[in-house]
Design a protein. Structure first.
Length: 146
């Protein structure tokens, strides 16, 4: 799996705006702030009573919104969920898929020390109130009404 840092991701997206940043964090995480020009299709949902649980519609929503020849950078909070999403996307036939090491926050060691700063720690451009077209509800609706 190809991986790049959050800084490299930002630079890549500046050089080639055809790249799509697919943020696979939960909807609440995404709504608290996300990289500019990103879309949200969570690999896991969050429920305050149950915690995290799999998004059974992940592949269906991805397929409804992103062509298999899309250039994708995949990010989450630390880089773990996004690595899992990269594997799923590769199995679906997506070939230009890159994992963002450190994700939106950071990858840490077992003591909580940052080993790879993420998008927000690098003070890269963040969006909090972007349009509805980037939100999961809108993207999921496209899967319902192709």
């Amino acid at each position: 799996m190809k991986e790049i840092s959050a800084q490299e991701t930002y630079e890549l997206m500046q050089q080639d705006p055809s790249y799509v940043y697919l943020d696979v964090r939960s909807q609440p995480e995404f709504e608290q702030g996300h990289p500019i020009n990103s879309i949200n299709i969570p690999i896991l949902h969050f429920d305050p009573r149950m915690g995290m649980y799999p998004n059974e519609d992940f592949t269906r929503v991805v397929l409804a919104n992103l062509s298999k020849d899309a250039k994708l950078v995949i990010g989450c909070k630390t880089g773990v969920r996004s690595a899992q999403a990269c594997e799923i996307l590769n199995q679906l036939g997506y070939r230009d898929v890159i994992n963002v090491r450190g994700g939106f926050h950071a990858a840490t060691d077992m003591f909580g020390r940052v080993i790879e700063p993420g998008w927000s720690l690098l003070n890269l451009p963040v969006c909090r109130n972007c349009g509805p077209e980037v939100k999961y509800e809108t993207l999921a609706a496209k899967a319902e009404n192709p």
